[in-house]
Design a protein around this ligand. Structure first.
Ligand code: DGL
Length: 266
């Protein structure tokens, strides 16, 4: 089975990495729209247009299911994608909301959602958590600066710039004392150590990882025929920059070919 995975850039590789571990023999086709990142500061209309193009490209690669490894697209365009294409889609919102709700139910019933401006503006995580358990209290905070920090490697524990920015975003939620903190943008797990330093108590839920688990379960149920374990990487920008920066997201270098595509053609 061929599974497409896409994101505005490199963040979706956190989902890809988890999915590859769970499905070693499936074919995984990754597209990062690095030429147009970030999506999270854009309007719903633009996010929808980009998402449609991203999926049309993946369909040209004959994918049979799609992991929407982008919190911004999952929050703003998943229903549109499901209505438009006759394919199974897994987004990051529902799986992460489910995990966070479980953690909160075993604690004080509080979840903090970190996302891009477009994700937080959509209210999608909050809606999904409340649908599971209306008693859970949810606070959400837009952390747009985390995306360029992650894309540019400002992620080392103790990084002064990243830590200061994280303090600005998160310190106001210290008194809220969340049980779970959803890293609702797939770039954010790279800043995990820094987030722990700033707000140590809540358990972190990686949206990309939770979605990968849901995708693996769906893929195994849909088609027992795996594939050849092929990895294909595509980007709308410079493949060598993708290769250089992807290693931090994947925890290993990419040795496979990375192809550049013209996403506006799709
Ligand atoms: N990985 C994207 C997300 O999960 C990054 C956000 C962006 O492009 O702004 O939302």
């Amino acid at each position: 089975m061929r599974i497409g995975i896409f994101d505005s850039g490199l963040g979706g590789l956190t989902g890809y990495r988890a999915l590859r571990e769970l499905l070693p023999a499936h074919d995984l086709i990754y597209f990062g729209d690095n030429a147009r990142v970030p999506y999270g500061t854009k309007s719903g209309e633009v996010i929808c247009r980009f998402a449609l193009q991203d999926v049309r490209f993946l369909l040209s690669q004959k994918v049979e299911a799609v992991l929407v490894a982008c919190g911004t697209v999952s929050s703003n365009a998943l229903e549109l994608l499901e209505r438009t294409f006759p394919l199974p889609f897994v987004g990051v919102v529902e799986p992460a909301a489910k995990r966070a709700a479980e953690i909160a139910a075993a604690g004080n019933g509080r979840v903090l959602v970190l996302g891009t401006a477009a994700t937080v503006g959509s209210g999608a995580y909050e809606k999904a958590i409340k649908a599971i358990d209306p008693a859970i209290r949810v606070e959400s905070v837009a952390c747009p600066m985390f995306v360029p920090l992650a894309e540019n490697g400002f992620t080392q524990k103790g990084d002064i710039a990243a830590t200061e920015i994280a303090k600005r975003y998160l310190k106001p939620y210290e008194a809220f004392s969340p049980d779970a903190m959803i890293l609702g943008c797939t770039h954010f797990p790279l800043l995990s150590d820094i987030l722990t330093d700033v707000l140590p108590a809540p358990l972190q839920v990686s949206a990309g990882e939770e979605a990968a688990k849901a995708m693996a379960k769906a893929a195994l149920a849909l088609s027992p025929a795996a594939g050849t374990g092929q990895d294909l990487f595509f980007t709308s920008d410079d493949p060598e920059a993708f290769r250089k920066n992807a290693a931090a997201f994947l925890g290993r270098p990419i040795t496979a070919e990375i192809k550049r595509i013209e996403i506006e053609k799709y």
